[in-house]
Design a protein around this ligand. Structure first.
Ligand code: UD1
Ligand code: PEP
Length: 439
């Protein structure tokens, strides 16, 4: 058994936390370093599991990775890139979804790629069909291999006009990382335009890529033969920021989230204010706090950017268990992202999950028997419980529920939280949480 986190609830979280570079950008920026013919420097790198996974994958592919011991900045030199065995790749893939993004860069630098079966949060089926479709449009050949797939491109990758059935973040990144060095022009329509994607585009542009972003989710890329390295500072993690903001609300606390950026949190801040949370935007971050009094219930749908991000949903649902009245949440991005509410119910929350679309956005999951809508009735007095962390955001949500609960909770599986929250134990302690870690 792994470590056990004991949480004594009832203490408002107060103080300052700094968010690191975005989990949903940094590992992809590291993959992009493979595309250059000179070293890349990445700054504001968080100490999270997905960064370690990608670092290991780069190193076994011959990329020299150096980390500045003071700043944590990474320098990645791809000039000696080489093939690695399937077994070595598989052993380093970890519980992450990033390996699928190695396809384009490895095909460009080595002619082929082995991609292990993916990890990541278990919040739905998470197929890779869109990724494989676009790669095939670029001329790639995909073969099934033991524990993964092998991808090659006998005639090299060629630009193509591709339309995504859904604005998938990962598939848009797949297109970008493959098209920048493909022959000819690529146009992707119905592309994702999350801030992390725009940051990836910025660093690819620094490398010499020719990319333009157009209205109506269209991105055009003119392939080039060579790219150089980049020097880039990762954007701050807006999902970590939103999680601490929810923690402030749930525990009736007051947290200054250093480096949180208003521009990337517009939809979150709008909802936070509707619930009755207060925030103050400062030049170096955002202060989030519970102003006292009742919180308001609301009707909420998750969506692609610029909508309400799905990764904000789970911590916010915990805040809604504390609102006075009935809230309705329609999850339209993942078909199975409410499993974490079982533990909330055991802690005393009233949450019912439904297969119907309880919202106005047409959703892909409506007629398919997925419990993707939730009705939350509050306010509920939560009590401590035994919890096993199910996934990254669900796990963080359980932590903040336990921090607000009466009594003591014992949480196992907390290693999963390291995938996205750097130094979360230190941060919780700095905010005054009453927590202990034991073997
Ligand atoms: C490492 C990373 O950046 N993870 C983020 C990324 O995940 P990820 O890139 O995996 O998410 P996608 O945007 O691709 O997935 C969105 C939806 O599309 C479906 N889909 C996706 C690809 C595919 O080939 N076929 C398919 O059906 C998925 O099952 C899901 O229902 O964007 C999500 C949506 O903002 C976030 O929740 C994740 O935190
Ligand atoms: C779903 C998430 O991550 P991943 O795509 O890495 O599983 C998340 O960050 O909430």
């Amino acid at each position: 058994m792994g470590k056990v986190l004991t949480i004594h609830g009832g203490v408002p979280l107060e103080g300052t936390v700094r968010v690191g570079g975005a989990k949903n950008l940094v590992p992809k920026a590291m993959v992009a370093a493979l595309l250059g013919d000179t070293p890349s420097v990445l700054r504001n790198v968080p100490e999270i599991k997905d960064v370690t996974v990608v670092r290991n994958l780069l190193e076994i592919h011959g990329v020299k990775v150096d980390q500045d011991p003071e700043t944590g900045d990474l320098t990645m030199d791809p000039s000696q890139a080489k093939s690695a065995s399937n077994q070595a790749i598989d052993a380093h893939a970890g519980d992450s979804r990033i390996p699928i993004l190695f396809c384009g860069p490895l095909i460009h630098s080595l002619g082929e790629a082995f991609i292990p079966d993916l990890g990541g949060c278990r919040i739905g089926d998470r197929p890779i069909d869109f990724h494989l479709e676009v790669l095939r449009e670029f001329g790639a050949v995909v073969d099934k291999a033991v524990d993964g797939i092998r991808i090659s491109a006998p005639l090299g990758l060629k630009g193509a006009k591709v339309h995504l059935k859904y604005p998938s973040v990962g598939t848009t990144e797949q297109v970008l990382l493959s098209a920048v060095r493909a022959k000819g022009v690529t146009e992707v329509s119905n592309a994702a335009i999350e801030p992390e994607i725009l940051d990836l585009i910025s660093l690819l542009q620094k490398m010499g890529a020719i990319i333009s972003v157009h209205r109506d989710r269209i991105i055009r890329i003119q392939g080039v033969d060579k790219l150089s390295g980049y020097d880039h500072t990762a954007l701050p993690d807006r999902n970590e920021a939103a999680s601490w903001a929810s923690a402030a609300l749930v525990t009736k606390g007051d947290i200054f989230v250093q480096d949180a950026q208003q521009r990337d949190l517009t939809a979150f801040l709008h909802v936070y204010r509707q619930i009755g949370g207060e925030f103050e935007v400062k030049s170096n971050g955002i202060r989030f706090y519970h102003p006292g009094g009742d919180l308001n219930p609301l009707i909420l749908e998750t969506d692609v950017h610029p909508g309400f991000m799905t990764d904000w949903q789970q911590p916010l649902v915990v805040a809604l268990t504390q609102a006075s009245g009935v809230s309705v949440i329609h999850e339209t991005v993942y078909e199975n992202r409410f499993g974490f509410t079982d533990a909330l119910v055991r802690m005393g929350a009233t949450v019912q999950v439904h297969t119907d679309c309880l919202g106005s956005t047409p959703c892909r999951f409506g007629q398919r028997n997925f419990k993707h809508s939730a009705v939350v009735v509050g306010p509920a007095q939560l009590s401590g419980a035994e919890i096993d962390v199910p996934d990254l955001r669900g796990g963080f949500s359980h932590l903040i529920a336990a921090l607000a609960a009466d009594g003591t909770s014992r949480v196992t599986g907390i290693e999963l939280i390291n995938r996205g929250y750097e130094h979360f134990m230190e941060k919780l302690t700095a905010l005054g949480a009453n927590v202990e870690l034991s073997e």
